[in-house]
Design a binder for this molecule. Structure first.
Ligand code: HGY
Ligand code: MN
Ligand code: MN
Ligand code: MN
Length: 419
């Protein structure tokens, strides 16, 4: 009962206006003319967002830690700092035409939960860490969820150190510039023990809003496979080079993309198949392209379906018989994940106790929580976003829903931090 009483006090101390003010302050960093944000990983905007978070944390006497891939941790001490902390958080980086809430909401909801604990005068047994995971979106540097993947020991980020962004800047250089902006940060190691992990996030889909729900208790996340296809041909004159002598990378790409789209047809409409990046070189109307690079982002709730389609993609590339060279790389892989039933139940209990309208839900978007679920019991809390729009500057949420999700988060954190 003590836990639940303290949980209720923490939830009641969540300050909707303060939460929203910090969210809007963060939304100013990288703000775009259309009302979204452009805060690419390790960019000046990402650095500025981290500085805002660190200033807020230091104002409250929390401990601030960083690690080698740029993950940022804010720790509110507990009675027993020798015990593994409870962790919550999300990411500060955004898509190029991102919204103000994807990732940002989970980090600021975590901060607001700590501030509510302060205001309620609550001391927890365990410390509570709020984390901003680095490079979650993967839109500047592939793969996404790199910070949490490195922390969880799932990926060695150094394998991607030479990955370049569209300006030719390497991940290693962008990361070094970001870390150099925080020379005094105490270093945390990867994979330190965590008692449990919660992530609050906007749904990035239409269900909660359509059903007038305030909070979603996430039971599972669909799997993701990310590929890149690189085609190498030869530049040649568009007017003088006969078809038989061409090694036209665009012709090869069109053929491959037609076959790929054909296997991605899904009568059940549960498969998500996106070619989101397409680069062409030299990109001149009267020179046959010598290089094409394009990405495939494929998601489905069944691992076996993803395995089968991955094998079909490999077969299509292997079966290419034209004059160009085609290479397929697997950049990103997140398994279908079911969250820890004990954590899902605890979040659902907190939602019921808070009196908010809630329902169980499944996530079509991927999250850092999928990586961290490898280390400890994990769960997620969703709040609605307008028309389910995300990865779009029109992404929008309400102060009321943001606060409702944060109350469920605060209560759940207290219960876990007093175990
Ligand atoms: O792509 C995703 O699902 C996440 O929003 N980065
Ligand atoms: Mn996100
Ligand atoms: Mn996203
Ligand atoms: Mn995420």
């Amino acid at each position: 009962m003590r836990n639940d009483h303290q949980a209720a006090r923490a939830a009641a101390a969540v300050d909707e206006n303060r939460l929203w003010a910090t969210l809007m302050q963060l939304a100013e960093i990288g703000a775009t003319a259309k009302g979204g944000v452009r805060r690419l990983a390790y960019s000046a905007e990402d650095i500025a967002a981290r500085k805002l978070l660190i200033a807020e944390a230091r104002d409250r006497g929390y401990v601030v830690l960083g690690d080698a891939i740029g993950n940022l941790f804010i720790r509110r001490p507990g009675r027993r700092d020798d015990l593994a902390p409870v962790m919550t958080g999300s990411h500060l980086d955004s898509q190029p035409t991102g919204g103000r809430f994807d990732g940002a909401y989970g980090v600021i909801a975590g901060l607001e939960a700590l501030r509510a604990l302060d205001d309620a005068g609550l001391e927890t047994l365990r410390p509570i860490d709020v984390v901003a995971w680095a490079n979650e979106e993967g839109s500047r540097f592939q793969p996404g969820t790199l910070g949490s993947g490195a922390f969880a020991g799932i990926v060695d980020w150094r394998a991607f150190a030479k990955a370049t962004d569209s300006d030719g800047t390497t991940l290693a250089d962008a990361l070094a510039a970001c870390l150099a902006a925080f020379p005094d940060l105490r270093r945390a190691g990867f994979g330190y023990p965590i008692h449990a992990y919660l992530e609050a996030h906007i749904e990035q889909g239409p269900i909660l809003e359509a059903e007038a729900m305030e909070v979603g208790i996430v039971e599972a996340v669909q799997g993701l496979r990310g590929f890149s296809i690189d085609i190498e041909g030869m530049e040649a004159h568009a007017g003088t080079t006969p078809e038989r002598d061409r090694r036209d990378a665009m012709t090869a790409a069109i053929g491959l993309m037609g076959q790929l789209r054909a296997i991605a047809a899904d009568p059940e409409d549960r498969l998500r198949f996106t070619i989101g990046r397409f680069d062409l070189y030299p990109n001149s109307p009267n020179t046959t392209p010598s290089r094409v690079h394009f990405s495939i982002d494929m998601r489905h709730p069944e691992e076996t379906r993803l395995d089968r389609l991955s094998a079909e993609i490999e077969a299509i590339v292997a079966g290419y018989a034209g004059p160009c060279r085609v290479a397929l790389a697997v950049d990103h892989r997140l398994p279908c994940l079911t969250f820890t039933p004990r954590i899902v139940d605890l979040i659902r209990e907190s939602a019921a106790e808070s009196g908010c309208r809630h329902r169980d839900i499944y996530s079509g978007a991927s999250h850092d929580a999928v990586n961290i679920a490898k280390l400890c019991p994990a769960g997620m809390i969703f709040v609605p976003c307008r028309d389910g729009i995300s990865h779009n500057e029109a992404e929008s949420a309400t102060p009321e829903h943001a606060a409702a999700g944060t109350r469920v988060l605060a209560a759940s954190l207290v219960k876990l931090a007093n175990e």
